[in-house]
Design a protein around this ligand. Structure first.
Ligand code: GLA
Length: 714
């Protein structure tokens, strides 16, 4: 019975196809499937050949036959000759796959969210693919992922398994972000895609980014601006090696994004489901600003933890003390921390290790017991001392890592990721534990539980300071070594998920030697991320601008430090525009600087509901001009905050805020003005939103490294 239907399906497939030129075509067949949000829809249609086709994004519906080039999720080996979304070796060694449309189901998950599942099957094999979507109407966000399953006699090998393979028309601009340690996201590049392939990827295994970021923007029909243009931004929710490939074959451009196929062949046993990472797409017909605001709305609901709760002001000791501290030095920071108004203290690296004390970055990782010399009674007394000063207490950890100089490594040298017969390659003197090994999973979970269960701890920074360079697992079988990349990240997410569930009231910061892990794969378990070790505010202005395309400012940690030796007023103002924190030795700060910090914190507490929960308008791009400017508007548009950051000397031209209610009246007030500077020309004036947006307001800054933070209240 099964054999007959398979043969019929194959005959049907051949009969329904006709070949014109060098491209197979087929007649369209109902139904038209739409994945729709308020302002965007993805239109798919099964062809008479049974395959699934897509109307390229940004192009009008085509009359006539469907072209093979436009297949929605193309498969390798059976007629499709460009970059495939799926490439499989079946159990019998056949390297071709054909996917035919079988049916779909759509469900309303809420008033705003529609889930769609499209089932496809291979007519020659018990091999099934489900294309999954979650469309968020108001936010114009579509989450897309793929589930692959089969009932073949043995494992099939997945060689490519993209999360998405959207097709576009020809006139497409790509904006992507290159960087490196301390320069994350700092070099946005916009280029017109041309025939050939453009690949953004990483092969780092345990972090998505060191050089290239898995978030990008596609602008249709020309370059977009903050307020104009059709844009589709994409962000791959994956913290491991990824690939985003833009394949322009002259007939259209395909964006294929997913786990990096590099060295990652995955043997999928019968009966198991392989689920790809989610791709997050967001659409706007009104430029980059609207796109970001919608993505931020989505992120507050689905992309990060407690997205509707304001964050406390944090003081970190890393830049202040480095590894050089003990109980007294840290406890001595609490009273001044309270005096200037901070609300959480984060104890960074260096608190653990006894036989191999963590007094520098050469030793101790893996031995998560408090150092008895520095903290004779452990962490709890420090947390209690912080609580006495009304400060919450947080802790740094790097649970995935080990130094060779540690008890852990001495006991379990086989637990690390390494290649046999090769000299161990260290980065920052450390190795990555093999999280595919159940004993390592249990160890890391126990370490996390021990640390976060210390009474008084309600915040943690989860770091990851190296990537994989010798990707071998002593746990995985020799013919399963290529699973390491994917199984590591899957196990990592399980650990992060357990942590978030077991410690629901503990806020988590995602960090990876700076900004190596900034993605919506890990972020749903975290409250914020550390974007870069570089805290020079003149670089943070453009860096935070770039991150804000994809992530709400409440999630972008921004600390005041001495990096770059900039005036503290400028540094505070920059940090206030994101998730505000400090990393200064308050005991060494001159009184005038302490007052500036205290003034900034007090001001920030008045406006943080607007900057963290309001809508962001990017006004002046610091990459283009001598100044950067932003404003945030409260959800009811009754209040706004304008930030102007002067990077170089330049004319004090007015900054024109956006997003205000034209009919409302706003009173202008500069917050925490820099000492010695003249008051704003408009200080205290009450002006309508319409006039403010039309004429703007002149900030108090005009020289390099000056800033103005202006509240508009009504
Ligand atoms: C990484 C982080 C820093 C700090 C150090 C501690 O580099 O990015 O913020 O926590 O580790 O070793």
């Amino acid at each position: 019975m099964k054999k007959i239907s398979l043969r019929l399906a194959c005959l049907f497939l051949v009969a329904a196809m006709s070949v014109r030129g060098d491209q197979t075509e087929t007649a369209p067949r109902s139904p038209l499937i739409t994945i729709a949000t308020s302002h965007w829809s993805l239109s798919l249609r099964a062809g008479a050949d049974g395959r699934l086709y897509q109307q390229p994004v940004g192009t009008p519906p085509a009359a006539g036959n469907l072209k093979r080039n436009d297949e929605f999720y193309p498969q390798a080996g059976d007629g499709y000759v460009w970059e495939p979304a799926l490439q499989v070796v079946h159990a019998d060694g056949n390297t071709s796959t054909a996917l035919l449309y079988e049916g779909l189901s759509q469900t309303n998950e809420s008033a705003d969210v529609t889930g769609t599942r499209i089932r496809l099957h291979d007519p020659a094999y018990p091999f099934n693919v489900t294309l999954c979507f979650r469309a968020h109407a108001a936010e114009d966000v579509v989450e897309q992922w793929v589930e692959i399953r089969h009932q073949e006699s043995r494992a099939v090998t997945l060689q490519r398994m993209a999360s998405t393979a959207l097709l576009f028309g020809n006139n497409l601009y790509l904006t992507h972000f290159f960087g490196d340690w301390a320069k994350e996201m700092l070099s946005p590049i916009t280029e017109k895609l041309t025939p050939g392939t453009k690949v953004l990827d990483s092969k780092l295994g345990v972090r998505a980014d060191q050089f290239s970021n898995p978030s990008f923007i596609l602008s249709l029909n020309g370059r977009s601006t903050e307020t104009s243009g059709q844009v589709l931004a994409g962000s791959l929710a994956w913290s491991g090696s990824y690939q985003c490939e833009f394949d322009d074959n002259g007939g259209g451009i395909r964006a294929l994004c997913g786990v990096n196929p590099f060295a990652s062949a995955y043997h999928l046993p019968p009966g198991q489901v392989f689920t790809t990472p989610r791709m997050i797409w967001v659409w706007s017909g009104q430029g980059l600003g609207d796109m970001s605001r919608k993505l931020h709305h989505w992120a507050r609901d689905f992309g990060l933890r407690d997205g509707h709760k304001t964050r406390d002001v944090l003081l970190n000791n890393w830049e202040a003390t480095g590894f050089d501290f003990d109980f007294n030095r840290i406890a001595g920071l609490f009273a001044p921390a309270r005096a200037i108004g901070t609300e959480i203290f984060l104890l960074d690296d260096g608190w653990f290790g006894n036989a191999h004390p963590r007094v520098n970055d050469h030793a101790g990782l893996g031995d998560w017991q408090p150092n008895r010399q520095r903290l004779p009674d452990g962490l709890a007394p420090l947390a209690a001392a912080a609580a006495k000063e009304d400060l919450r207490f947080g802790i740094w950890m790097e649970p995935e890592m080990v130094n060779p100089a540690s008890d852990l490594f001495a006991q379990h040298p086989d637990w690390v990721i390494r290649q046999p017969k090769r000299d161990l390659e260290l980065q920052r003197n450390q190795l990555v534990l093999d999280l595919t090994r159940p004993a390592v999973q249990a160890f890391e979970w126990q370490s996390i539980k021990n640390i976060l269960s210390v009474p008084g701890i309600s915040f943690a920074k989860w770091d990851c300071n190296r990537y994989l360079t010798q990707p071998g697992s002593g746990w995985l079988a020799t013919d399963r070594q290529s699973h390491l990349w994917i199984d590591y990240v899957t196990a990592l997410y399980a650990l992060m998920d357990k942590t978030a569930k077991k410690f629901p009231d503990t806020e988590l910061m995602l960090c990876s030697g700076g900004g190596g892990r900034v993605d919506y794969g890990a972020l749903p378990h975290f409250h914020e991320f550390w974007p870069s070790d570089n805290t020079d505010p003149t670089l943070r202005v453009p860096m935070q601008w770039d991150y804000s395309y994809f992530f709400p400012c409440m999630a972008i940690s921004s600390h005041v430090t001495h990096w770059g030796n900039r005036p503290l007023h400028f540094a505070c103002s920059v940090a206030m525009s994101a998730r505000f924190g400090m990393d200064l030795d308050l005991n060494k700060l001159p009184a005038t600087d302490r007052d500036i910090c205290a003034g900034a914190i007090a001001a920030y507490k008045q406006i943080r509901d607007v900057t963290q929960l309001g809508d962001l308008y990017r006004l002046e791009n610091p990459h283009d001009t001598y100044r950067g400017a932003l404003d945030f508007v409260s959800p009811d548009r009754s209040r706004a905050v304008v930030f102007a950051f002067q990077l170089q000397a330049g004319a004090p031209l007015p900054v024109r805020p956006q997003g205000l209610d034209p009919l409302k009246h706003y009173t202008i007030h500069e917050l925490n003005p820099a000492p010695g500077r003249a008051a704003l020309p408009d200080e205290g004036r009450t002006v309508s939103g319409e006039v403010l947006m039309r004429d703007g307001l002149v900030p108090s800054c005009a020289n390099a490294v000056e800033a103005s933070v202006i509240e508009l209240g009504s």
